[in-house]
Design a protein around this ligand. Structure first.
Ligand SMILES: [Zn+2]
Length: 297
């Protein structure tokens, strides 16, 4: 029997250590101060999945794709209006297929001073892809975003919020500055590949700070997780207040086709208002946060 066929409880120590140590959090990158003497950084992000949530598994539901199109027609415009009103920048993680379906949307996002970054080709389950397919899609996605926006993306959020064994080597090969898909900390950290520092900064996400977790429902499943909008604000607000108290980073993930409804968009409005009322808050794109922590840690 080969070593790979052993059950987990039979694995020799070198095997389980090797699995754990392949990609690991390295040194923490919490800066002593944030720009302008701020005590807290707020990094808002939007994953503009739109129709790709349906397409990625081969679905052709016209109803579900119409929900995706809502993200373009209503979600993003409401978000851009709100961000402009508050004068706050954000990062938009955009699958290449979304960018090709809605190029004007991405041009509007970049034109308003926000960041557009990588989020796969068609929101594929990147963590199960063979190396050549994953590499090809990452390279094509970067080319597509650059063609549409005129700017080369410097960061990635993987569609699966997960890695294959090849993802980090591909990030290094592409020379990306950061990833925002993993969850080992509340502060930025350097990613280690087989124990070696890569220079790639991780700006961590968490399902707790993701709107889709609280609002999405599956029409045909008995279980319909649903949290009241006021309760979602309460969770996000506590995360923000603690980050402010600790002098750290508050990162949030939203989706235009999830948060961009009349009964939900106020959560973001209220959260930005609250952040401003705390004082000493630096609003920045993910790329700006990463460049600051890289320069000052
Ligand atoms: Zn996504």
């Amino acid at each position: 029997m080969s070593e790979g066929k052993l059950e987990p409880w039979q694995w020799p120590e070198a095997q389980w250590r090797g699995i754990v140590d392949h990609v690991r959090a390295g040194r923490a990158l919490r800066p002593a101060s944030w720009p302008g003497g701020a005590r807290c950084a707020v990094a808002l992000s939007f994953d503009s999945d739109h129709d790709t949530n349906e397409l990625r598994d081969g679905g052709e539901s016209i109803g579900r794709m119409s929900q995706g199109q809502y993200g373009n027609r209503q979600g993003v415009p409401r978000i851009l209006e709100l961000l402009a009103r508050h004068g706050v920048p954000a990062s938009f993680f955009v699958p290449a297929v979304t960018a090709l379906l809605y190029p004007e949307e991405q041009q509007r996002v970049v034109g308003a001073g926000h960041e557009v970054a990588l989020h796969g080709w068609i929101h594929e389950r990147n963590s199960v892809l063979p190396l050549q397919a994953e590499r090809d899609l990452m390279l094509r996605s970067a080319e597509a975003l650059e063609r549409v926006t005129g700017q080369r993306p410097v960061g990635l959020r993987t569609p699966s919020w997960d890695y294959s064994p090849h993802t980090l080597p591909l990030i290094v090969e592409m020379g990306l500055e950061y990833d925002s898909s993993l969850m080992a900390d509340v502060d930025c950290y350097e990613l280690l590949l087989d124990g070696q520092p890569t220079g790639v900064v991780e700006l961590p996400v968490e399902w707790i700070r993701d709107d889709a977790v609280y609002f999405n429902m599956n029409r045909f499943a008995a279980l319909r997780p649903y949290t009241a909008p006021a309760d979602v604000l309460d969770i996000f607000r506590r995360e923000l207040e603690a980050a402010h108290r600790e002098g750290g980073l508050f990162q949030l993930t939203m989706h235009p086709h999830v948060i961009g409804y009349r009964s939900r968009i106020w959560i973001l409005d209220e959260l930005i208002r609250h952040a401003k009322s705390l004082g000493g808050v630096w609003f920045a794109t993910h790329a700006e946060v990463v460049r600051h922590v890289r320069a000052s840690t």
